[in-house]
Design a protein around this ligand. Structure first.
Ligand code: AMP
Ligand code: MG
Length: 278
């Protein structure tokens, strides 16, 4: 019978280590144009390779039905959240992926605490959940636009740490990605959205109001990452100006955490081995 030897925990690749936010986190030390010394063509080939291992690990995760992986993606407008989901997750089995986007809360959502709608959409065991925006909006846009006073949003860092810790304890590994875009690159991407008729639907005039608040958003991201990057639910700062760097790093982070989960195919039913199907 095939055995499933559990090996010692895998070491993260260098880029994964370097992009991890720690308690002393300083956003200005992370270059949105960083490449980790990668070559574009090599990186594209490597993405395919890394994702084929991710696909295999995902199959095991799905078969095992024991743990879930929740990938939270946050970024400013045009930061590449949709592109990351489309380009990185494209090669894995959609049956095991649960993508949720969080927009302006509805009236029903606003009549509950801010984690209510979030918890309802965390992934079930065996699946990979992807959050396109998340509960972090409640310490980002809510703070910057002053939708709630400081004594309300400041307590949320603690709620979020404790919520994510509970998820981890109960079988959902949480991994958080901040797509770090430069102000110049955001300008170029927003302009492209305006100029390209097939992209124009993504542009809202309000995006310019948010762009004018760039420094406030950077400060809010810095605090959010500093306050909530924990051992059990780490943040990664993903250089996002170059899509090919972003994609490969996200794939490597996914692979690293799936390797840590180390899912195994379940044991077959007793007596199945050797059965001849007639
Ligand atoms: P998009 O991701 O472009 O579809 O935009 C979604 C919008 O919803 C963004 O402008 C977010 O800032 C906003 N949003 C998401 N969550 C919240 C929240 N909790 N409170 C207020 N606005 C939010
Ligand atoms: Mg938008």
């Amino acid at each position: 019978m095939p055995t499933n030897p559990r090996s010692s925990p895998p070491k993260p690749p260098v880029a994964v280590t370097r992009s991890r936010a720690t308690g002393k986190f300083d956003l200005s030390e992370h270059d949105p144009r960083g490449t980790f010394g990668w070559d574009k063509e090599v990186a594209k080939a490597q993405l395919v390779e890394v994702m084929s291992e991710v696909a295999e690990l995902q199959t095991r995760l799905f078969a095992e039905q024991r743990t879930a992986l929740l990938v939270v993606i946050q970024a400013i407008d045009a930061g590449g959240k949709d592109g990351t989901i489309r380009e990185v997750f494209a090669s894995i089995n959609p049956a095991g992926v649960d993508v949720n986007a969080f927009g302006v809360p509805s009236e029903a959502e606003l009549s509950h605490d801010y984690l209510w709608r979030i918890h309802a959409r965390t992934p079930s065991r065996g699946t990979i959940g992807v959050f396109n925006r998340s509960h972090y909006e409640d310490v980002l846009v809510v703070r910057v636009k002053q939708f709630a006073p400081e004594d309300v949003w400041r307590k949320r860092y603690r709620h979020i740490r404790e919520f994510e810790r509970m998820l981890g304890d109960e079988g959902t590994r949480v991994v958080k990605l901040f797509l770090n875009l430069s102000k110049d690159e955001q300008k170029a991407r927003l302009q492209d959205r305006v100029d390209d008729p097939t992209e124009r639907w993504k542009f809202r005039k309000g995006d310019l109001d948010d762009r004018a608040l760039w420094d406030d958003y950077q400060a809010a991201f810095t605090d959010a990452l500093r306050e909530t990057s924990t051992a059990e639910a780490p943040w990664y700062v993903v250089p996002a100006d170059r899509k090919w760097v972003r994609n490969l790093l996200v794939a490597e982070i996914l692979r690293h955490h799936l390797r840590l989960i180390d899912p195994h195919y379940p044991e077959p039913e007793e007596g199945v081995e050797g059965i001849v199907v007639r």
